[in-house]
Write a protein that binds this ligand. Structure first.
Ligand SMILES: Nc1ncnc2c1ncn2[C@@H]1O[C@H](COP(=O)(O)OP(=O)(O)OP(=O)(O)O)[C@@H](O)[C@H]1O
Ligand SMILES: [Mg+2]
Length: 342
């Protein structure tokens, strides 16, 4: 079977690669629907911009929640939108799609994801472990005997995978990602400061003031934001200081460090020892969080670095897999392949 398109469907973003063309799309995995209608009125960037601005009868949806499929209808609609937009697929009536999927998703969710791709128009669909795709995109030599540790920091999940000989030696995950920090920032602004802010403002605050090393973060930065004052019930300007944002980040960062430590701890001794040389590599857009690599390096006691263009590691890995899928067939699950997921 020839694979024409690879899709990294994330909780917040979807990234697409095509055979011979490489990565071609990086957009929010959002769809906006008018009530009672089966086709989205818009998708991607425009749909995401509607969050918090929707008028009556219009709602915005994402197919995934916390890294796994929540709604197969939205997944089917999103795949359909991607297939329609794809230049490379226009020349083919039959095309195969490889989709990156979290290893902790349940079998029923994987089945539903495959079905969604088939219903959207693919002749054949295959799932591949998303950590394998990310590791390939990050340039990790996972086929060799030395251990390689990949930490994928996403919006809806965070995972750590220890590879050796192209197989998974240890794996751990958190069923939430950096979006958890956005929710905390919104709650702190409401409960402690009396302002309601939208999700995109919370994301902006996280990106600007958030850090994984609170003690090193500059404390004198202030952001000027606009929110709805709960006392006045009117939009008002207010200042956001660094400390509450660092507090919102800290619990999540602590849990990431704890989860990664447990993965290294559960690995066979020789593999853990390899990590002293090879270190850990961070992928996923969340890997760009200020000082996250340094904090994890300290917690694990090994060198830690952020991959080049971390957000697109998984889709670049998919681009490699669709060019040459054979070596990775053990990590796939589809209509034909035998499932050997662990
Ligand atoms: N500089 C930054 N600081 C903090 N968080 C960041 C930064 N850049 C991106 N993020 C966060 O990374 C997350 C998006 O990561 P990514 O696009 O890898 O997720 P996803 O692939 O959609 O989700 P998942 O793989 O978890 O299902 C968002 O929560 C975003 O706010
Ligand atoms: Mg992702």
């Amino acid at each position: 079977m020839r694979w024409d398109i690879g899709i990294d469907l994330g909780t917040q973003n979807v990234r697409v690669a095509e055979l011979k063309r490489g990565p071609v799309m990086d957009a929010p995995a959002a769809l906006a629907f008018r009530e009672g209608k089966m086709s989205p009125i818009c998708a991607g960037e425009i749909a995401q911009r509607l969050i918090g601005r929707t008028c009556e009868g219009v709602s915005v949806h994402y197919p995934l929640r916390d890294g796994v499929l929540e709604n197969n209808f939205y997944a089917e609609r999103l795949f359909h939108w991607i297939f329609q937009k794809s230049e490379g697929l226009k020349r083919h009536r039959h095309y195969g799609a490889i989709i990156a999927c979290q290893p902790f998703s349940r079998p029923v969710q994987r089945e539903a994801l495959l079905n969604a791709a088939l219903e959207a128009g693919a002749a054949e669909a295959m799932l591949v472990r998303s950590d394998v795709a990310s590791a390939l995109g990050a340039g990790l030599e996972i086929q060799g005997p030395e251990a390689r540790l990949l930490v994928d920091v996403g919006a809806g999940k965070i995972s750590a995978t220890l590879f050796t000989f192209g197989r998974v030696a240890a794996y751990g995950y958190l069923p939430y990602g950096l979006n958890r920090i956005d929710e905390r920032i919104q709650r702190i602004m409401r409960m402690d400061f009396g302002y309601r802010i939208g999700w995109s403002s919370a994301v902006e605050i996280k990106h600007t003031l958030g850090s994984a090393m609170p003690e090193k973060a500059p404390k004198d930065i202030i952001m000027h934001m606009t929110g709805i004052s709960m006392a006045e019930r009117l939009p008002m300007h207010f200042d956001v200081e660094t400390q509450p944002v660092l507090d919102a980040c800290e619990d999540v960062v602590k849990e990431i460090a704890r989860m990664c430590t447990a993965v290294v701890d559960s690995a066979p001794e020789e593999l853990s020892a390899d990590l002293n040389d090879s270190g850990a590599v961070l992928a996923g857009a969340g890997a760009s969080m200020t000082e996250l690599d340094r904090r994890l390096g300290q917690a694990l006691g090994i060198p830690c670095r952020v991959a080049d263009a971390p957000a697109t590691c998984a889709v670049r890995g998919l681009a490699r897999i669709i060019e040459d899928p054979k070596p990775w067939s053990a990590m796939m699950q589809g209509r034909q392949a035998r499932s050997v997921w662990r």
